[in-house]
Design a protein around this ligand. Structure first.
Ligand SMILES: NC(=O)c1ccc[n+]([C@@H]2O[C@H](COP(=O)([O-])OP(=O)(O)OC[C@H]3O[C@@H](n4cnc5c(N)ncnc54)[C@H](O)[C@@H]3O)[C@@H](O)[C@H]2O)c1
Ligand SMILES: [Zn+2]
Ligand SMILES: [Zn+2]
Length: 403
C-alpha cells in the first residue's frame, strides 16, 4: 500500500509499505477512503517531536471495514466508520469514565495512545491505504451513507478537529449567551468557533493573522480579529466597548468585564509573536488568554504543549517548561482545563448534528488531494500558504477498484 512516511525535519515521503494485517482477535482492518492532515502533524513534520524517521503518520481517518478479528462483534466488513484519533481499550479506569484521551493500557510510556503520532504508542498511521484498528468494537464510530457521499468531508472531521474544537468550548464552559474569545483560526479554532455558535454563544471573536483563515471565521458567522492590526486583546476590549447595547446594560463594576467569559487557546506551543510573526513565542497565546479572560471566567487549552521539543530555543522550552503570569490567573479566579480531546465522549452527538443538517464542519476544508500530493501539501500547509487550511487525502482510485 501507499503511505505517508516521516523522513526527517521538513520531509514527508509517499512510500510503498506492506499492507497491514489484522493481528489480534479484537482488531479490524480499515480500507481508508479519506484521511486528513492535521496541525498536530506539523509538529512532527517540523522536527519538533521525538518521532523517529520511517513512521507512517496520520490520525484523522475514515473508511470502510475490510476484515475483522474473530472476537469483534458489533462492526462488520463493509461498515463505514470514522476512527477517534485516541486509541483506547474500553476497560481501564479512565476509559470507564469516558476519558479515552487518558487510556491507561494502550501506551506503555504514558496515558494516551493515537494512530501515527510521536510518543503515542507503536500504532501505524492512517495517511495510508489501510490501517489496523485495535479493539475495533470500541474504536470505531459507525456512519450512515456510502464513500464520497455528501457527508464524507464532514464525517472525516469527526476523527479529531470537530470534537477537539467542541472540547475547547466544553473546557471553557461555553453556554448560551456567553462571550467567547478564541486564539487561532486553524481547523481547531474554526471548529471551536462553530461549536460555540451551535451552543448559543452571544459573541465569538477569533484571532489569527492569516487572511484566508480570517475569511473563514467570517463565513462561519464569528468575528475575525486580525492580529496584524495591533494587540488582539486590546482590539477585543475596544470592539466590545463600542457595542452600544452591551454598554447600555452595564451595572456598577461591570466595566471590569471588558474581556470575555470563555477563552480558548487553539494554537499551542508553536505560537507566533504578536509583534513579529517570523518569531516563535511559545507563551504568546497563554499570556493573551490570561489577559482576555474576565474575572471568574473559564479557559480551555486545546492547542498542544509538548515535550521533548528538540527544536525549541531554550533548554527549558525543550523540556516544555514556560513562565506564566500565574498571579493574574489566580487573582482572576478562572477555571482552566486542557489536554487531548476525549473524542469518543462527543463524536456520536456531533455526527448526529451533521446528519440532521445542524452542523457543516466541511466548510473549513480547503484542499482535496491524492496521496502522491501529500509532501507538497505538507509544505504548503506548514507555511499556511495559498489558503491551505484543511487538507483531505482522498483514496478515490482504491474506492473505485473495491466497488
Ligand atoms: N487537544 C487536542 O486534542 C488537539 C487535537 C488536534 C489539534 N490540536 C492542536 O491544536 C493546535 C491547532 O491545530 P490546527 O489543526 O488548528 O492547525 P494550525 O496549527 O494550522 O492552526 C494554528 C493557527 O494559529 C495561528 N497562530 C499562530 N500564532 C498565533 C497567535 N499568536 N495568535 C493567534 N493565532 C496564532 C496560526 O496562524 C494558525 O492559523 C495545534 O497545536 C494542534 O497540535 C490539539
Ligand atoms: Zn488531528
Ligand atoms: Zn483504556
Amino acid at each position: 500500500m501507499k503511505a505517508v512516511v516521516y523522513e526527517g525535519e521538513n520531509r514527508m515521503r509517499v512510500s510503498e509499505q506492506q499492507d497491514p494485517s489484522v493481528a489480534g482477535p479484537e482488531d479490524a482492518l480499515l480500507r481508508v477512503t479519506t484521511s486528513a492532515i492535521c496541525g498536530s502533524d506539523l509538529h512532527m513534520y517540523e522536527g519538533r517531536t521525538a518521532l523517529p524517521p520511517g513512521r507512517v503518520v496520520g490520525h484523522e481517518i475514515m473508511g470502510v471495514i475490510e476484515r475483522v478479528g474473530d472476537a469483534v462483534t458489533s462492526i462488520r466488513p463493509g461498515d463505514r466508520v470514522v476512527l477517534p484519533f485516541n486509541i483506547a481499550c474500553g476497560f481501564c479506569y479512565n476509559c470507564h469514565r469516558g476519558l479515552t484521551n487518558m487510556c491507561l493500557t494502550m501506551n506503555e510510556q504514558k496515558a494516551h495512545a493515537a494512530y501515527g503520532y510521536a510518543g503515542m504508542g507503536p500504532y501505524g498511521g492512517g495517511q495510508a491505504e489501510y490501517v489496523v484498528v485495535p479493539h475495533a468494537d470500541f474504536n470505531c464510530l459507525k456512519l450512515p451513507g456510502t464513500p464520497f457521499d455528501q457527508w464524507e468531508e464532514d464525517f472525516v472531521l469527526l476523527a479529531d478537529v470537530f470534537p477537539t474544537g467542541f472540547y475547547g468550548t466544553e473546557l471553557a464552559q461555553v453556554q448560551a449567551g456567553r462571550s467567547v474569545g478564541i486564539f487561532g483560526a486553524g481547523p481547531v479554532g474554526l471548529m471551536a468557533a462553530m461549536s460555540a455558535l451551535i451552543r448559543g454563544a452571544s459573541e465569538v471573536y477569533v484571532v489569527d493573522f492569516v487572511p484566508e483563515r480570517l475569511e473563514k471565521v467570517k463565513e462561519i458567522g464569528a468575528t475575525p480579529i486580525d492580529a496584524r492590526d495591533g494587540d488582539p486583546v486590546e482590539q477585543i476590549f475596544d470592539l466590545r466597548s463600542r457595542i452600544s447595547g452591551l454598554r447600555g446594560r452595564l451595572r456598577p463594576g461591570e466595566e471590569k468585564l471588558k474581556g470575555v467569559e470563555c477563552v480558548i487557546d487553539a494554537v499551542g506551543y508553536q505560537a507566533r509573536d504578536d509583534r513579529d510573526y517570523g518569531r516563535e513565542n511559545p507563551t504568546q497565546v497563554l499570556d493573551n488568554v490570561i489577559r482576555l479572560v474576565n474575572p471568574a471566567g473559564h479557559v480551555g487549552i486545546v492547542g498542544v504543549y509538548l515535550a521533548p521539543d528538540p527544536g525549541a530555543k531554550t533548554d527549558e522550552a525543550k523540556r516544555g517548561v514556560f513562565a506564566l503570569p500565574m498571579a493574574e490567573l489566580f487573582d482572576k479566579a478562572v477555571t482552566v482545563g486542557m489536554g487531548q480531546c476525549p473524542v469518543k465522549l462527543y463524536n456520536e452527538y456531533l455526527r448526529d448534528l451533521i446528519i440532521m443538517g445542524r452542523a457543516k464542519p466541511s466548510r473549513i476544508v480547503s484542499h482535496r488531494i491524492r496521496i502522491d500530493q501529500a509532501p507538497e501539501a505538507y509544505e504548503k500547509f506548514d507555511r499556511r500558504a495559498d489558503g491551505y487550511t484543511k487538507v483531505l487525502i482522498q483514496f478515490k482510485d482504491r474506492a473505485a477498484r473495491a466497488a
